[in-house]
Design a protein around this ligand. Structure first.
Ligand code: AVI
Length: 329
């Protein structure tokens, strides 16, 4: 099986909620080729806190770039979207970075905002962050991405357009081709004239990317390593974390950062609740995440293939990152 067929399926996995952590771990770590664990399992309470810390690192500019674009161009983005409009955000988290855009939209007319999250804690944060904004009604949807989006779409009244926010380059955590597949599934839920604001991290010098995913302070390493700690905690496994090291590498052909956990010694690990015993050779890795980097041409191609049209594009120059406004055809 080609290597790419075996890697983590982060966000798409969020919409295949039926498979359990134990089943996914059994499948990924029991794989006869490259071992893997889907990257959606990074985000338990410890992993989410470590991700928040990553977003504050000077080496990791992605989240600040996304935030700068949304703040700086909120009025332009709003102006490109005729009212009346309902907003739905896939994986909103605390929705901190959505505030300025919602304020710009609500200055024109009252706006309903549906943060879509599988975590009730994140939804509560979003309601606290944005619930007090004048002219904004926050109606959280505790659901997988596509199920939540379908519910948001069903709730709108006639004449209302839907604006879907998929920010932070979460699209980059899909496997090759599955990013386009996911856009196609979003498009199926939308009506012509609806919009998708898509955040994509852009290709940039390799050294800059390696620093972002392997910071000298070791926060990214801790984030990655927490996946094994989580398997130990929740699935009664006996990974010895001291016998693994964090690895971040860039595939120049695929334009993809990869994170792996590399075994430093030969070892046997038992994962009781997955009913699995695995053997690792020294140097063998568990692939934990892919993070694709895009060009504008990639976005245009993906949009065209999924019945969207690129209407506008905003870039951050400090940390190459783009927000693309795609209109459903
Ligand atoms: C959530 N996602 C867009 C982040 C990324 O950059 O791919 C997750 C992350 N992985 C390591 N550092 C941050």
């Amino acid at each position: 099986m080609p290597r790419t067929a075996a890697i983590a399926r982060p966000s798409e996995g969020k919409d295949q909620g039926s498979r359990s952590f134990a089943e996914d771990v059994r499948q990924g770590l029991g794989h006869s080729g490259q071992k893997y664990v889907p990257c959606k399992y990074f985000y338990d309470a410890v992993g989410s806190a470590l991700f928040e810390a990553i977003t504050l690192l000077p080496e990791y500019g992605l989240t600040r770039a996304d935030q700068r674009i949304l703040t700086r161009y909120a009025d332009e983005i709003a102006a490109a979207l005729p009212p009346p409009l309902v907003v739905a955000e896939l994986g909103s988290g605390s929705a901190k970075k959505t505030r300025t855009l919602l304020e710009a939209l609500a200055r024109r007319q009252p706006t309903t905002y549906h943060p879509i999250e599988i975590s009730p804690a994140a939804l509560a944060l979003a309601e606290r962050e944005l619930g007090q904004l004048d002219g904004v009604s926050v109606r959280g949807l505790e659901a997988e991405y596509l199920e939540g989006l379908a519910r948001a779409a069903a709730r709108r009244t006639s004449g209302e357009r839907l604006l879907v926010l998929f920010l932070g380059s979460s699209i980059g955590n899909f496997n090759p081709d599955e990013d386009g597949e996911f856009l196609a599934r979003i498009r199926q839920i939308l009506e012509p004239g609806d919009a998708l604001l898509l955040g994509t991290d852009l290709v940039k010098p390799v050294a800059q990317l390696i620093q972002a995913y392997d910071d000298p302070g070791g926060v990214s390493a801790a984030f990655n390593m927490n996946l094994l700690a989580r398997i130990n905690r929740e699935l009664e496994a006996d990974f010895n974390l001291r016998q693994f090291e964090h690895q971040a590498l860039y595939d120049e052909t695929a334009h993809r950062m990869e994170m792996h956990l590399r075994a430093t010694t030969e070892q046997t690990v038992t994962i009781k609740k997955a009913g699995l015993v695995i053997h690792l050779r020294p140097g063998e890795t568990v692939w934990t995440e892919s993070s694709h980097k895009y060009t504008l041409a990639d976005v245009v191609r993906m949009a065209a293939a999924t019945r969207f049209e690129l209407a506008r594009h905003w870039r951050d120059e400090e940390w190459p990152f783009a927000e693309s406004l795609l209109i459903a055809k």
